[in-house]
Design a protein around this ligand. Structure first.
Ligand code: ZN
Length: 366
């Protein structure tokens, strides 16, 4: 084990437009750069981990990690790292951008394996988009099958890379381009899509999409001579649910759980029961403004879990109909909705079929 993982964390994040450099922004409870640092350490593939940073960083050091100062540009930082490793008996270097936090141990292992027979191994992705290039004012088409989008870590025989860097005078954006300029052979292997690079603040927001949970509960009394609606479906039954609206406990509990996850108060505030405007309203129509609020605030539903608490009707017999109805009303795939039935051993008003209750937990992403 004579390999070194070089983590480039000295970038100025010009395209990121934030006061804090992106590699230090908090992602999943720790600075961005620490994610690939942890992956490198967990892989146990490296003799040494070298962090190149222009900012002082605190690391719980187990002796294998060292921090050195970066240069003005990326290639200056790599140069500093290679100079620092001189005479440290390093065989291979893995050079990684701190802005790719989702590096996997699996990718590191694949790269390491290929280094046995190659002096340069670089991960790449195929282009999923059609590619054009422009020379002067003429735009030309490029066969996308010939396009390689290179990722990091880019891995090299230390000595060979050191020698190439020593004679290089030009600005390079990655080590692979230095190799290509010198007509050196690179083994390209397929990288991982999730190992993408955060360049702009929008990339970061996409990566960071936050998850929220909300809980909802509702109970309505059953009365004769009223139609029963559950999850927007009319169910044949001896009684219906009493209420200002159609008393649909499932939809009411769903609404409260979604409002809860969005931190937007509750159903009673939105649809006051003393307002004649909402008298006899079909509950499925109450979902319309809720879904509008959801969309306008950038939320989407991850999943909904429902407990319907009643002695009768039997949930197993109405489950599919309700799930299909809810998936249409909420415009989500039906496999994101779960409906469980719960009886109460004939206890209390629910047990005597005088009421139906419902509880719901919703998960949303923003
Ligand atoms: Zn209700």
């Amino acid at each position: 084990m004579r390999d070194c993982f070089i983590l480039l964390s000295a970038g100025k994040s010009k395209r990121f437009k934030s006061k804090l450099n992106k590699q230090f922004i908090t992602y999943k409870n720790k600075p961005l750069f620490e994610h690939s640092l942890k992956t490198a350490l967990d892989s146990k593939l490296f003799k040494k981990v070298l962090i190149v940073s222009n900012k002082k960083i605190k690391i719980i050091n187990d002796g294998n990690i060292e921090v050195i100062k970066g240069g003005k540009e990326r290639h200056n930082s790599t140069q500093n790292a290679l100079n620092y490793l001189k005479n440290k008996k390093i065989k291979n270097v893995f050079i990684h951008d701190a802005a790719r936090p989702n590096l996997s141990i699996n990718l590191l292992k694949k790269l390491k394996k290929k280094l046995k027979k190659n002096k340069a191994v670089v991960p790449y992705l195929k282009s999923e988009n059609s590619v054009k290039y422009k020379i002067k004012n003429k735009v030309n088409d490029l066969n996308r099958n010939k396009v390689l989008l290179t990722q990091t870590p880019q891995c090299f025989d230390y000595q060979e890379l050191f020698n190439l860097y020593k004679t290089n005078k030009e600005k390079i954006t990655d080590e692979a381009s230095l190799y290509l300029r010198n007509n050196k052979k690179i083994k390209f292997i397929l990288g991982e899509k999730k190992n993408f690079k955060i360049t702009t603040i929008n990339d970061f927001k996409y990566l960071k999409s936050e998850i929220y949970y909300g809980i909802g509960f509702d109970i309505h009394r059953l009365i004769k001579n009223k139609k029963l609606f559950l999850g927007g479906v009319k169910i044949p039954f001896h009684s219906g649910l009493k209420g200002h609206s159609d008393g649909d406990v499932i939809i009411h509990a769903i609404i409260d759980s979604i409002l809860g996850a969005m931190r937007k108060s509750d159903i009673g505030t939105l649809f006051p029961s003393n307002s004649s405007k909402f008298k006899n309203i079909r509950s499925k129509n109450m979902l319309i403004p809720i879904l509008k609020m959801l969309n306008n605030n950038g939320f989407s539903i991850n999943n909904i879990d429902i407990n319907l608490i009643c002695e009768n009707p039997k949930v197993s017999k109405i489950r599919n109909k309700i799930i299909i109805s809810l998936s249409e009303l909420l415009s989500i795939n039906k496999n994101l909705i779960n409906l469980k039935g719960k009886t109460v051993e004939k206890l209390g008003i629910i047990g005597k079929e005088q009421a139906i209750a419902c509880e719901v937990i919703s998960s949303l992403s923003k």
